[in-house]
Ligand binder design. Structure first.
Ligand SMILES: O=P(O)(O)O[C@@H]1[C@H](O)[C@H](O)[C@@H](OP(=O)(O)O)[C@H](OP(=O)(O)O)[C@H]1O
Length: 417
């Protein structure tokens, strides 16, 4: 079995600007460097109209700060999706890029009866070494009395999010789904003093059975198969901004575990229906999921919510690890004429006129961060050839070849091959 480590973070950032240092949130200070992928789901990213215009032109501050911190460690933004304040960022180690395929994103608005994106869900799906993963970041409706509405909205997000292709059309068709966000579930019945005293005495188990999401698991079929680690951290909502003190405002919100990370594995195939390797119709890929941490981060005080993170290991029973395109770059490039690369295509690779090859600096942040590119055009007489040579240097003006990254072949703007 081969392992793949995923670090999931959810945080309702309450329209705040990012703090100066998010190192501890990303675990970069204590990490073993084994994280393969970061999945960062934010809610209430500032979406005031003037901010949105600026963000559309550049990138938002949260994406920027995550890229700044992660790119020196070799992580590249694979995809991102934003719906008003709901933002999903997917980072992976750059050397995994050739094996992340079929990247697609979806958004679903559920605010104002489905017309407004202040609430809803954004997701990203892809196959990772041949295994289908989906990441769904939701911001569900607020307030104690809206538990049923939260479940309805979750179901409607699942129904509406449909991806293209045969591999996995709905969120729950994926081998592993990670569902996280400000799910906004509250603690029923118990009054404020009881909840606060349980928190002060580290007696969280007394609160678990009154947690609305835990309660819903018994009755809601849509939650079947979803798993969650024990809530051994204090409720992450609602704090006075700038403090670790639960809400002292006039609203007097009862503390709650609004911010959650769950996962679901697709039902395993019945005995005797062993899946063919790489088959699209197989019932499961046999991937195993182990959760290592499920924790909050009390040190962050910019929002009225605390961030929550979890680290998972996925054990893949096999890896589809043959690249569709192999690039061969010989020697150093000392002049423009040297700047060529050969590429070889897998026999099953079907070419597109949108294929291009980019040149990146070491430490690049995302696929648009190239310093030059060429179209990987297919000439008529190339039809039978599996190996071709391209001049890749044409768009680069003042190269510093010591910091140029191996090339990454691209298709359109969304798949890295
Ligand atoms: O996305 P929107 O529409 O801004 O939704 C608001 C958001 O969920 C806030 O977290 C919530 O404040 P609390 O966390 O304090 O409950 C507020 O409730 P409010 O209307 O009671 O202020 C909601 O209206």
């Amino acid at each position: 079995m081969d392992t793949f480590q995923i670090h999931v973070i959810t945080w309702n950032v309450g329209s705040a600007q990012p703090p100066d240092d998010i190192t501890s949130l990303l675990g970069l200070n204590v990490g073993d460097g084994n994280t393969d992928m970061y999945i960062i789901g934010l809610q209430e990213v500032n979406s005031m109209i003037n901010k949105r215009l600026k963000d559309a032109l550049f990138t938002d501050q949260w994406s920027e700060v995550c890229m700044e911190r992660l790119s020196p460690f070799g992580y590249v933004l694979v995809t991102s999706q934003r719906m008003q304040g709901v933002l999903l960022l997917v980072f992976a180690k750059y050397f995994h890029l050739p094996f992340l395929r079929g990247v697609q994103t979806e958004t679903t608005r559920t605010g104002l009866g489905g017309y407004w994106g202040n609430k809803g869900g954004v997701s990203a799906r892809m196959s990772v070494f041949g295994h289908r993963l989906c990441f769904l970041n939701c911001h569900l409706p607020a307030h104690m009395e809206n538990s049923d509405q939260r479940m309805e909205d979750f179901e409607s997000i699942l129904q509406q999010q449909q991806f293209e292709g045969q591999a996995a059309t709905g969120v729950l068709d994926h081998d592993v789904v990670f569902w996280f966000g400000d799910l906004n579930f509250r603690i029923n019945d118990l009054d404020m003093q009881v909840v606060k005293s349980a928190i002060d005495n580290n007696k969280y188990s007394a609160l678990w059975e009154k947690d609305q999401l835990n309660m819903a698991k018994d009755s809601e079929t849509v939650l079947e198969g979803f798993q969650e680690g024990p809530l051994k951290f204090p409720p992450t909502y609602k704090f006075d901004v700038g403090t670790d003190t639960y809400d002292t405002s006039g609203k007097k919100r009862k503390p709650a575990w609004t911010d959650r990370i769950l996962w679901r594995m697709r039902a395993t195939a019945p005995v005797g229906t062993a899946e063919k390797r790489g088959s699209l119709s197989g019932l499961t890929s046999g991937t195993k999921v182990t959760q290592h941490y499920y924790r909050s981060h009390m040190e962050f005080t910019v929002s009225d919510h605390k961030p929550v993170s979890s680290i998972f290991t996925l054990q893949f029973p096999y890896r589809v690890d043959v690249p569709l395109v192999t690039l061969m770059v010989e020697d150093e490039w000392n002049c423009v004429a040297d700047a060529t690369a050969k590429f070889r295509l897998a026999p099953n690779y079907s070419r597109s006129s949108w294929d291009w090859i980019g040149l990146y600096k070491v430490g690049f942040k995302h696929h648009k961060d190239y310093v030059g590119y060429v179209w990987a055009k297919q000439e008529d007489n190339d039809f039978q050839r599996l190996e071709q040579q391209v001049q890749v240097y044409t768009a680069v003006k003042s190269p510093d070849s010591s910091c140029l990254h191996p090339l990454i072949p691209q298709r359109c703007s969304s798949s890295l091959l």
